[in-house]
Structures are given as C-alpha cells and as structure tokens.
Design a protein around this ligand. Structure first.
Ligand code: GUN
Length: 274
C-alpha cells in the first residue's frame, strides 16, 4: 500500500504557483469574505491567507457580522466584481442560515470565482466546456492522482457524497477524465457492494463510512472527510486499518487531501482573467 502524500505534493504545487506568480505582470489579489465567527471557518481562512502569503499572492479578509443581510453581502461582492485591483473572490462557507449560498455564488463574477461555485463555472464544468476555475478540493484530488500517475481513464470510480463543494464537481471531473462514475449519497442502496466495485474511491461524507474490509484489491482510496472523533482526534471517512490490507493507494487524514485543497486554491488564485 502506498500513501498518497498530500503534504509533499502540495508543497511541490505551491512552489510551482509561487514561480507562476512571480512571472506575472499583474499580481493576484484574493479577497476572502468571512461572515460570522465560526471557529473552523476562521482557521480555514487563516490557512488560506498563510498559503497566499507563501506564494506571493496578496490576500485581504473582509469580516462581516453574523447578522449581515444577504443583499448587503451581495452588494459587497458586486463592488469587488468591478474592482480592478481584485482578481479573486471567495466567500467562506458555511454561511448563516438567513443567507442563500446559491444566490451568493451567482453574484460572484465567473472570472473571479476562484472556488468555481458560480453557475457559469458549474455549467461549464457540466457541459464539458473549460470553466474559468475548477473547485479547489476535487481539482486537488485530481492533481494528487496525477502526481502519482494513477490512471483515471476507463476506471470505475465511486464518489461518496453529493455536495456542491466536493461530491458533484468530483464526479464531473472524473467523468471528464473518462472514468465511469457512480455518485452515492444517503439514499443509495447497497453501499458496501458499490464501494467494492471502485477502482478509485473518493469519500467526502464527514462520517466514518468506509468500514468494509473488502475494498477492491489494489484500489485507490481518496479520503476527503475530516472531522474529530469521540477522542478529539482528527480523522477521515475511511477506517484506515480495515482497508489498508487491500487498497493499493490511500490518502491519509490529516496530510492527504487537506493540504492539496489549499494548494489547488492558490493555483486558481494565480489565474487572472482581467
Ligand atoms: N468551506 C468548506 N470548503 C470550502 C470551500 O472549498 N470553499 C469555501 N468558500 N468554503 C468552504
């Protein structure tokens, strides 16, 4: 079994991004909007800022009160859309429940939508046209597979979880690379049998869901889940000890997909369209 070392791969990618940025005439400027003060979101934003700094990307964080209204947030986004000094806009999720995240995503200019969540970028991904930006997490997964020269074309891929942030774009990106994709969710029947068909398994659920002993021999297991177990330890969706006898490759948690997501976002931030 080979570990998919996301830490090492992300450092390599960050180095490439830094070189790209230093060669750019116009320097990227990422603006992150954080609404409310969810501690996990605050930590993610801090890590994004750190990676931006490391790669020579300017970043600004706009902190808005939890009670900010949807139209106020959208107004701020519209100002940033037309601000020539700003090249990337990211609204940290989750948003307070009184704000519709899809309306917010639709307000971001597709040319500055470094998360790839705007309807135009999602539509382009689905239609098979090149989006301006691919969502960072699934793009990071593909980059990690490519780093290990793991073939995707013609493989049976199973994705667990159908979120807009990971599951759905992951399925689309694997499809784009000519995998045969099964997208599973909480209503899927016979999950264990479906998991056993996977040459490539991507789990993005946030629960210990991959426990079955028999993942396919020599399969590639990518664990996107990250949460704390009852002992407070950071863990992923995959019960590592169960599957490590059969799997060919596994991404660890932490140190797998997490660092790739950040580096992949920085790669997006280094793309400037205006
Ligand atoms: N919250 C969890 N993942 C993400 C992400 O990829 N982008 C944003 N904006 N918020 C998130």
């Amino acid at each position: 079994m080979i570990l998919l070392d996301g830490k090492a791969a992300s450092e390599k990618l960050l180095k490439t991004v830094k070189e790209r940025v230093s060669a750019l005439k116009k320097k990227p400027h990422l603006v992150v909007i954080l609404v409310g003060d969810d501690p996990a979101s605050r930590l993610y934003v801090k890590n994004k800022q750190k990676a931006a700094w490391q790669t020579g990307i300017r970043s600004t964080v706009i902190e808005l009160d939890y009670n900010t209204q949807e139209n106020e947030l959208i107004n701020r986004i519209e100002e940033l859309n037309t601000d020539e000094d700003v090249t990337g806009i990211l609204v940290q999720l989750p948003l307070p429940s009184h704000i519709d995240k899809n309306k917010v995503a639709a307000a971001i200019s597709p040319l500055k939508d470094v998360d790839g969540f705007s309807p135009e970028n999602v539509g382009r991904l689905t239609m098979g046209t090149e989006p301006y930006f691919y969502p960072a997490t699934p793009q990071g997964v593909i980059m990690l597979l490519d780093e290990y020269q793991i073939p995707i074309e013609g493989k049976d891929a199973v994705v667990l979880g159908r979120s807009n942030i990971v599951g759905k774009p992951m399925a689309q990106m694997l499809l784009r690379r000519n995998a045969t994709v099964t997208l599973c969710h909480s209503f899927s029947k016979g999950l264990d049998d479906k998991i056993k068909t996977a040459d490539i398994l991507v789990s993005a659920v946030g629960k210990k869901i991959v426990r079955c002993k028999m993942v396919k021999n020599d399969s590639v297991i990518v664990d996107v889940g990250i949460f704390r177990d009852s002992d407070g330890q950071l863990t992923g969706d995959v019960d590592f000890d169960y599957v490590s006898d059969s799997a060919g490759y596994i991404s660890p948690v932490p140190g797998g997909v997490g660092p790739m997501t950040i580096a992949s976002l920085m790669f997006n931030c280094s793309k400037i369209y205006q």
